[in-house]
Design a protein around this ligand. Structure first.
Ligand code: BTN
Length: 252
């Protein structure tokens, strides 16, 4: 079903398509443990029936409508303490993809939801394996809503809803893989500082007041930055506090 035509060096040069599976992330982990797959291998399906999301959530996508795939990376150059860089790489690659589609109001909601306006178009689940001080394998799972127009939750959207037309999944996959490789090479060439700057520039509510909820208590804070481990640093009435993903939610 998917034909690989992207202009990349390695991302997607090996493409493993399965008509259906529980989760492309789980399948990629399994396949990589059984044989030596090259860096950039993509595991993709048309029907992911038990997709996994962040915070233990599920990811639902109607069969044949969207992109649900995982990319195997081997960022052994990256130290464990810098692993959030992979979140920045992936978020920015989806951001670049949507920018090329000329969409207005695209933002990254910390840590890695991609919103158009207030609605989510893409989620990602990055699962790293660590060897010593570095990351020997990263499975970058991306769920990008393309042609689905009806969702069970009102906070989801798709390219088709926004643009009012259907898209060719193969073309969109190729474009997204090109964007992903470009951002990954930026990281590999040591430009982590640049990536962070761009990530912050495109972050929802960066340097602005935003409502959050933590332990059932609502409060306001201003996003100042993210630290190397990916915690959100908020200024709350003059004090800087850091929050991990489990500790805080946005109130939108
Ligand atoms: C989230 O927003 O909670 C993350 C969703 C990640 C979904 C993608 S779809 C492809 C890959 N396989 C999975 O099981 N999950 C990711």
């Amino acid at each position: 079903m998917y034909k690989f035509l992207a202009k990349t060096l390695f991302v997607g040069q090996r493409l493993i398509f399965v008509p259906e599976c529980q989760s492309t992330n789980s399948l990629a982990v399994e396949l990589a443990s059984k044989s030596a797959l090259p860096e950039g291998t993509v595991v993709i399906t048309s029907n992911q029936f038990a997709g996994r999301g962040q915070r233990g959530n599920t990811w639902q996508a109607t069969a044949g409508m969207n992109l649900t795939f995982s990319v195997l990376l081997k960022p052994s150059f990256l130290s464990v303490k810098s692993q959030f860089a992979l979140t920045m790489v992936t978020s920015l690659s989806v951001f670049d993809f949507l920018e090329e589609k000329k969409l207005d109001g695209v933002k990254i909601k910390w840590p890695n939801d991609i919103l158009v306006g207030k609605k989510k178009i893409c989620g990602m689940l990055i699962e790293n394996s660590i060897q010593g001080e570095t990351i020997n394998q990263s499975i970058v799972g991306i769920g990008l809503n393309i042609n689905q127009t009806e969702f069970s939750i009102s906070t989801a959207t798709s390219l088709s809803i926004i643009c009012g037309k259907n898209f060719d999944l193969n073309d969109e996959l190729n474009l997204l893989l090109e964007k992903l490789e470009k951002r990954y090479l930026q990281l590999r060439s040591g430009k982590q500082g640049e990536l962070k700057e761009e990530y912050l520039q495109n972050l929802l509510s960066f340097n602005q007041k935003q409502k959050f909820i933590s332990n059932e208590i609502e409060f306001e804070g201003v996003i100042k930055t993210v630290n190397d481990s990916g915690e959100l640093i908020l200024n709350m009435s003059g004090d800087e506090k850091s929050f991990s993903l489990k500790e805080v939610n946005f109130v939108l």
